[in-house]
Ligand binder design. Structure first.
Ligand SMILES: O=c1ccn([C@@H]2O[C@H](COP(=O)(O)O)[C@@H](O)[C@H]2O)c(=O)[nH]1
Length: 233
């Protein structure tokens, strides 16, 4: 599996997102459209970004009863996206239903991955607020195994967990990892974080990077720094 940097386009409008992409003249990126941008612009922004030749991960993190998720995924399957996701906490039945909904009549579908535990969640919060009385690594691995059992392509996790997930679910099971910061940067609301270089060392397949690129003084230089540390040998 080839490694890549996925840029999180967390912008409030399509205009802002597209003018950000214009800075990368002629380059084709892998980008992520999340709730903020999708709720603001709907499917039109997906069409615009794909028209420009970028790969696209639609990060809507579905989590509902199996029937609802299956129907929602059937709608998303009509969009020209490369990857979509849901919360593994919705159970194996929900993930199987999602896969059914996402699979088109001709058998094709975007990649489907499951969020394990959000990278903003700490061990302490998970135990005290969510009452999950287990080691967070163990929970993340169990959710990954559930996603694997349901037939999904991989998970969203911290880069810190990527190696253990590959050990449990195999090298081809994708680890898509937000929670990435340069050594000299603020973590913001992220908790389980590491650098692009360390993420590479730990076996992450894709790093997802938002603010360290989008809010940098020079976003193209910040993206190139991620590519150099994570992708290039
Ligand atoms: O566990 C998760 C799942 C998704 N995300 C998303 O990734 C980006 C990270 O942005 P940064 O600005 O680099 O923190 C953001 O769009 C999140 O919604 C995540 O961070 N953790």
């Amino acid at each position: 599996m080839g490694k890549d940097v996925i840029v999180a386009l967390d912008f409030k409008s399509g205009k802002e997102a597209l003018s950000f992409l214009d800075k990368f003249t002629g380059r084709k990126l892998y980008v992520k459209v999340g709730m903020e941008l999708y709720y603001a612009e709907g499917p039109e922004i997906i069409k615009e970004i794909k028209k420009r030749g970028h790969k696209l991960f639609l990060d809507l993190k579905l989590h509902d009863i199996p029937n609802t998720v299956e129907k929602a995924m059937a709608v998303l399957s009509r969009l020209d996206v490369d990857m979509v996701n849901l919360h593994a906490a919705g159970t194996i039945d929900m993930m199987k239903a999602a896969l059914r909904g996402l699979t088109r009549e001709d058998g094709t579908r975007p990649l489907l991955i499951a969020v394990t535990q959000l990278t903003s969640t700490s061990q302490e919060r998970m135990t005290e607020e969510l009452l999950i009385d287990e080691d967070i690594d163990k929970v993340v691995i169990r959710y990954a195994e559930n996603a694997d059992m349901a037939g999904l392509d991989g998970v969203v996790c911290s880069p810190l967990e990527a190696g253990k997930i590959h050990d449990a679910c195999g090298r081809d099971f994708l680890t898509v990892t937000p929670g990435v910061r340069f050594d000299d940067a603020s973590r913001g609301d992220q908790v389980r974080v590491t650098t692009p270089a360390k993420a590479k060392e730990l076996g992450s397949d894709y790093i997802v990077v938002g603010r360290p690129i989008t809010q940098a003084d020079d976003p193209v230089a910040a993206y190139d720094r991620c590519m150099k540390d994570f992708v290039e040998v």
